[in-house]
Design a protein around this ligand. Structure first.
Ligand SMILES: [Zn+2]
Length: 245
């Protein structure tokens, strides 16, 4: 089993690997440090759209420096667009043009350094798809997919190597079950987004990467095949996403 998106580097026993998602320069650097001590941890580096207002002018060149100096980085992100109503102190809705610019720069880095792209999109599905469509040969994932059934085709058309990341809320949101049924089996990867989105039966507690097993179990149930078979399919997808194999 593989957790393709976590912000927590502990509780990874039983997993093949865990991808640590980057949100800003500091945690991108921390991700690169963390992987040096544990081969099961993989690093992504990037600027989260909610951190756009805090990102300085050097942010993109700092991310590029990390990519140049640490060949083992597997992905750029999470990056993208977020137009949800978060408190102003965290994020300012008016900075959509700046979010778009930062997003495009990170897409370009993922292509230049041949890394997977981890996309975060919240209340900005149209705009996200419009930007992604401008690029060819993208290899990436729409993390914590919330675009509904309607948008699956649009994301599939971005490239043959574009995946949907589904989280622990699959264990308690019926609408997501319908979404998973509509995602082709070879385009689904699973993620915890730890410490958020804790699955049943641990809802209400902090989330950890090893809880990804509950999401695998739920997908096996939805697909009506064994957990072993489910694991094989999902893990092959995750490796294709991050390692092109
Ligand atoms: Zn995340």
């Amino acid at each position: 089993m593989i957790d393709t998106h976590s912000h927590i580097a502990t509780n990874i026993e039983g997993l093949e690997f865990v991808v640590l998602s980057g949100s800003n320069i500091e945690d991108s650097i921390a991700n690169v440090e963390a992987i040096k001590n544990n081969p099961k941890l993989k690093a992504s580096v990037g600027i989260h759209p909610q951190k756009t207002s805090l990102a300085g002018r050097q942010a993109i060149s700092k991310i590029e420096d990390l990519l140049i100096n640490n060949k083992e980085i597997v992905a750029v992100g999470e990056c993208g667009l977020d137009q949800s109503n978060l408190p102003k102190s965290l994020f300012d809705k008016r900075d959509l043009p700046k979010q778009e610019k930062l997003f495009e720069k990170q897409i370009e880095l993922s292509l230049k350094y041949n890394k997977a792209l981890i996309v975060h999109s919240r209340k900005a599905t149209e705009e996200t798809i419009e930007i992604l469509k401008k690029y060819k040969n993208l290899r990436g994932v729409i993390h914590c997919y919330t675009g509904g059934k309607k948008r699956i085709k649009d994301y599939l058309s971005i490239s043959d190597n574009f995946y949907f990341g589904i989280d622990g809320n699959l264990t308690y949101e019926d609408g997501l079950v319908e979404v998973v049924k509509n995602i082709p089996k070879d385009r689904l990867v699973l993620e915890t987004d730890s410490p958020y989105l804790t699955p049943v039966p641990h809802r209400g507690e902090e989330n950890y990467p090893n809880n990804v097993k509950y999401i695998y179990q739920k997908v096996a149930e939805i697909w009506n095949i064994s957990l072993e078979e489910t694991e094989k399919i999902i893990d092959t997808n995750a490796k294709r996403l991050f390692y092109k194999i």
